[in-house]
Design a protein around this ligand. Structure first.
Ligand SMILES: NC(=O)c1ccc[n+]([C@@H]2O[C@H](COP(=O)([O-])OP(=O)(O)OC[C@H]3O[C@@H](n4cnc5c(N)ncnc54)[C@H](O)[C@@H]3O)[C@@H](O)[C@H]2O)c1
Length: 256
């Protein structure tokens, strides 16, 4: 599907990978709706991107919140063709702590945002996509790209909740693609490795260097632009469906 003149929702678009993808899509001629709960950075980015972008204050875990956000996009841009789900948190929680059992509420919160939030956006946006006329000879009406992580496959110590949430994203990729095939909607997921986002700026230099050293080749962290480029490929290639693509420089994370 050609990206020019299409309408994309990018959740978690106020920061990191979402921000890079929102900017990239606009540079390719798309209209972008940034769904985030970080109102300050989200509106700032939308203002920078001009008429091609709108910021919608959305908590992806809320049914009403997402329904209102999607309605706002339809009102502003008239349709939805692309969804990139990046909204997520990586809060660590061990199975047991020194003083007792691990934090169950934290576990549920990570699952709620990373997994339930992703499905919530998929269900509402896909219904709107299903109303589109096919946009090309393949009969494509829309493309959904969810975000897993290499932690879906090699979760580290303290990542039980995060790995479970991302493993579930991988698990539902084919199922969503099967659900939506009759509607002409493709669904894929990206499983990033270590990608440089502002979070990594606060790491001590020796920790940063050690992380780079774990990457097979090239021995550096990935750039958010490289993820945005993969998103572009997944939208443009009509034969990509039901797949999770690792993008990680060949890294296989160790236990810690
Ligand atoms: N950066 C990496 O190295 C990396 C690696 C693997 C996977 N990922 C995944 O990629 C995605 C983006 O990561 P990032 O590094 O850009 O993170 P980030 O923290 O820079 O951005 C995440 C965004 O999601 C938003 N968000 C969080 N909860 C939300 C909610 N309930 N509703 C709406 N918005 C919400 C935040 O406000 C933030 O703007 C995440 O799902 C993350 O797990 C990142």
């Amino acid at each position: 599907m050609n990206i020019k003149n299409k309408v994309a929702i990018v959740t978690g678009g106020a920061s990191g990978l979402g921000e890079a993808t929102a900017k990239h899509y606009v540079s390719l001629g798309a209209k972008v709706a940034i769904f985030d709960r970080d109102n300050e950075n989200g509106s700032k980015l939308a203002t920078t991107l001009g008429d091609a972008a709108v910021y919608c204050s959305v908590d992806v875990t809320g049914a009403k919140s997402v329904e209102q956000g999607v309605a706002q996009v339809i009102e502003r841009f008239g349709a939805i063709h692309i969804v990139n789900n990046y909204a997520g948190v990586g809060t660590a929680t061990k199975t047991i702590n020194k003083d007792g059992p691990g934090d169950y509420e934290l576990f549920k919160k990570v699952i709620d945002i990373n997994l339930n939030g992703t499905f919530n956006v998929c269900r509402v946006a896909a219904f709107e996509m299903s109303k589109n006329e096919p946009v090309n000879e393949s009969g494509c009406r829309g493309v959904i790209i969810n975000t897993a992580s290499v932690a879906a496959f090699e979760g580290q110590i303290g990542q039980a909740a995060y790995s479970a949430s991302k493993g579930a994203i991988v698990g539902m990729t084919l199922t969503l693609a099967r659900d939506l095939a009759r509607n002409g909607i493709r669904v894929n997921s990206i499983a990033p490795g270590l990608i440089h986002t502002p979070l990594f700026d606060s790491l001590p230099p020796e920790v940063y260097t050690s992380l780079e050293g774990q990457v097979l080749f090239p021995q550096r962290l990935g750039n958010a632009d490289e993820i945005a480029h993969l998103a572009q490929m997944l939208v443009e290639n009509d034969y990509m469906n039901g797949e999770t693509v690792r993008m990680d420089g060949g890294i296989r994370m160790q236990a810690r």
